[in-house]
Each structure stands twice: as C-alpha cells, then as structure tokens.
Ligand binder design. Sequence first.
Ligand SMILES: Cc1cc2nc3c(=O)[nH]c(=O)nc-3n(C[C@H](O)[C@H](O)[C@H](O)COP(=O)(O)OP(=O)(O)OC[C@H]3O[C@@H](n4cnc5c(N)ncnc54)[C@H](O)[C@@H]3O)c2cc1C
Length: 542
Amino acid sequence: MTESKSITAQQYNCDILIIGAGASGLSLALKLAPHAKVNVLSKGKLSEGSTFYAQGGVAAVFSESDSVDSHVDDTLIAGAGLCDEEAVRFTVSNAKESMQWLIDTGVNFDTEVDKEGNTQFHLTREGGHSHRRILHAADATGREIENTLLNAVKKHKNITLMEGFNAIDLITSRKLNLPANRVLGAYVWNRNEERVETIKAHFITLATGGASKVYQYTSNPDVSSGDGIALAWRSGCRIANMEFNQFHPTCLFHADAKNFLLTEALRGEGAHLLRPDGTRFMPDFDEREELAPRDIVARAIDYEMKRLGADCMYLDISHKPKEFIVKHFPTIYRRCLSLGIDITHQPMPIVPAAHYTCGGVMIDHHGQTDIDGLYAIGEVTYTGLHGANRMASNSLLECIVYAHACAKDIINRIPFYQERKFADIPAWDDSQVEDSDEEVVIQHNWHELRLFMWDYVGIVRTDKRLERALRRVQMLQQEINEYYSNFKVGNNLLELRNLVQVAELIIRSAMSRKESRGLHYNLDYPEQIDNPKPTILCPQND
Ligand SMILES: Cc1cc2nc3c(=O)[nH]c(=O)nc-3n(C[C@H](O)[C@H](O)[C@H](O)COP(=O)(O)OP(=O)(O)OC[C@H]3O[C@@H](n4cnc5c(N)ncnc54)[C@H](O)[C@@H]3O)c2cc1C
C-alpha cells in the first residue's frame, strides 16, 4: 500500500494505544488510566479472546505449605531446560501481588472454610504443580476475570474502548524514513465503517493473544491469529521460540462443536482412549497409559490417527456408572447430549488441538520490545517463562504480572511525551485497490494453510515435512501479498496475511531446532542436545 490522503477516514490521537482486550490488555489499561488517555482495540466482540474461555485458573503461592522456590522449580521442570530462570523468578515472585490486585478489582475466586472456621481461597492442583496453588472461579475462571476487568474498564473516563477495530500494521519512524526507530501509531481497519483509519500514540502495547488458529484444530477462539507477532515482525522486532506450540490432547471432534475441550479430569477418572475399532492404544505408548503427560498423550493420538488415516480417535467413559458421569461432568454430558452423543453409553470422538503459543515477541521485564515505545504483554510474547513447555495456569499469571510491569515503565516515561506533538503520519491510501471479487481465494488459502500446518508442522515433525510446509507457505505468501496489494482489506484477508507470516516463523524455528525437546518433536532428531538455546529470529537478517 502507498500512503496519501483519504477523505473519509478518521485520525485518533491518544497517549497509549493497547491492541487487545483480554486479561493482559485490560489489566494494563486499568493501571494506566489514572495517568493518561488510553485507547483499547478489540477486533471482534470485546470479550472474545482466549481469556474468556480459560477454565482451570491462575497459579500463585497462597498456601503456607507452598513456596516461591517450589513454584519456580516446577516451572523450570515443565519448561524442559529452556526457561529463562530470571523471568520465571520475576513472574512467580510477583504472582501474589498481581492476584491480590485482581481480587481488589473484583474478581471472585472460589473460597472454602477451613477446620478453624476461617475463609480461605480454594486452591486446586494441576499437572506439573507440586502443590495446590491454582486460584479459580469454578471451571470458568477466564470468564470471571474478563467480565470483571471489562466492567471496571467501562467505568473509567480515561479509557476509550474501540470494538471492531483490527490493527493492520504499526507505523514506525523507520518506515517513514525518520531517524531512530520509534513507534508512532497504527493503521486500523474499522469494521463497522469498513474503512482504514489512523491512530497516533506515544506508546503502543501489543496484547493480541496467541496464534493457535494457524492449525486446523484449535481450542482457541477465532481471534487467535497471531496478529501481534506478525505486526511486530514486520516492524523489525525479534521473535523467539515459535516451534513450541502446546496441543491439548482431547478436543471434541464434531462439526457443530467448535473448540470444545474435554477436560483431562475425564482421563483422571478412568476414561480410556480408543481406536476406531474400540481397542485401547495408550498402554502401547507409556506405562502411565491414559495418565501420561499431555504432550505424550497428544503424540500418541496423532501417531495413531496418521498411521490409520483416521479422522479422529475416541475417549470413552461409558464403563462408569451413569450417576457418576452426570455428577462429575455435567457440562460435558449436556454438551455432548445436545450433539447426539450420550457419553454414558457412547465414546466421544476426539482430536488433539492447538492450545497455546509458547513463543512470540521478545520483551524485557517491562514488556519493552526491540522498538522504542512499543511494548507487548500476554500470550503474544516470549518472556522466557514457559521455555519448551508451558505449565498449566502460568499463562494468565504472566498476563497480569507483565501488564503491571509494563504499566510502571510507561507511567515513568509518559510525562516526557505528553506535551510532545504527534508525528505527521500519512493517511492510508486505498485509491489504487478494488473490492475483492474472489473471496474464494482467501477461503481456499485459509483451509490449505491450516491443514498443511496440522499435517506437516503439528505434534510430530520431520525434516521432510517441514521442508514441504516451507515451500507451500512461501507460495501462499506470494499469492496473499499480491492479493493484499490489489484488493481492499477485510478481516479474513488481514488474518490470513498474519497467519501465513506466523506459519513461516513457526516452520523456520522448527527447522533450526535439531533436537526433540518439550513440545517440539522431530522424528529425525529424537534426542536432546546439550546446552540448548532459545530460537531467536531477527528480521534485520532476512
Ligand atoms: C480453552 C482455553 C482454556 C485455557 N485455560 C487456561 C487456564 O486455565 N489457565 C491459564 O493460565 N491459561 C489458560 N489458557 C490460556 C490463557 O487463557 C491465555 O494465554 C490468555 O488468556 C491470553 O490472554 P491475552 O490477554 O494475551 O490474549 P486474549 O485473551 O486472547 O485476547 C486477545 C485480544 O486481542 C485482540 N486482537 C487480536 N488481534 C487483534 C488485532 N489485529 N487488532 C485488534 N485487536 C486484536 C482480540 O480481539 C482480543 O481482545 C486457556 C486458553 C484456552 C483457549
């Protein structure tokens, strides 16, 4: 796109632009609002993001029998030798204060009354945690957090919520051939008015969530298309550890059950994984059978699906009494029944699904990226906390801790910028482009990309599959870039452009790791190497 005058588009000015309205973006907005004018963008409905769907909870040391050291150790073990210990300690040490802030803001975590009659938080335990340390709100913790933060944000006069605005690209001084590299603003697609507008800001924070939608099957909502990672990369930021994609082993496989997770508690209570012919397969893979860790179970399912050419495997708990199933799994029972599956008599069709993006935009402990004034927080980032595998319930924690650290840094810097004039930014020029007459091209490329990412760059990889995927992604990139130059933008095209960029980063990261570690498994390099390092991709070197 070239940049010149557009007649109808609006320009907005703000102190801080936050792109994303999940746990990380909203927490940051609330912290900043007493000090500055903040605009928050969400490309879809305000509450639509992974935060809303988080079930389990948030990890923090609240029990006297637990300790920060123990939480740090558990995280390092889960991260399989690739965590940045400083980042882990920083996050875990700030957990209690961050959770207290959420509680003070109105989040209602579940409580219980102990033997002495004192009310305390009910802490659950999850995979990898050696203590009970998960604060939760029943099995809908994310919804409680998102709704509470949204309510608080809506009351603040310094916060402007912009629903239905997709950030397209960042505007930096380097892109305008000005000295130094500072972020100046962003071009955004106003879905409501169907036009591109400009937002100028002294500071911008990417809080856009993960990129799991790059895979055919995902537990994530549609907005998880890696936009922040692609925007940061195109602006010159380093991206790290993109080969580490966490897959949840059991997502319901049904045309009408988009993204419905089947909790690990089912296997905990004795559910069996079955092939289509009804035989069990986990005993062939691990002595812990169905209770093996997530990545091993996901790999076994993937292996059997590929070996048999099957669309799905099955999860069966029907050998348990009906009353037990209905009492322990009421939501799953009802949901499956509504789809015609009675889990007290029938197995559930399942596939593993992309669940969490461990890598992302490289930041320091304040959320600062490689570009002056540009910050990133939440799932869009690589902080070093997760290493090669994320421990359950550490991700919402990372969102809040880094939102607070980012707020502190911006609050210190804002007085030096508030009086400054905004840079002159050329308005978006779409005078040379037409309305798309071939929406089918976008749809086709969407499906193709997500399918080959699933087949070639999914749970089990080989060098050959990765090479094949890279060739296909490069062809798609060419086609999509051409399309982007010739036609007006819209949500599907913008997301596809970002997804194909993120796909390339995942493939290249996976190709450069010559070992199998944590979530990255390559049949050509099944062993671990000594002294592993994070995979860091630098746009300047491209
Ligand atoms: C089903 C499920 C269960 C989970 N359970 C847990 C759990 O129990 N505990 C835990 O710790 N973690 C859990 N996670 C992970 C956790 O929920 C996420 O890592 C976390 O919520 C991410 O928050 P975020 O603020 O970074 O992004 P999100 O909550 O995903 O929000 C992203 C925001 O960015 C906006 N956005 C994206 N791109 C653009 C753009 N181009 N322009 C404008 N806006 C944009 C979206 O509209 C959205 O508002 C779970 C995830 C899923 C999917």
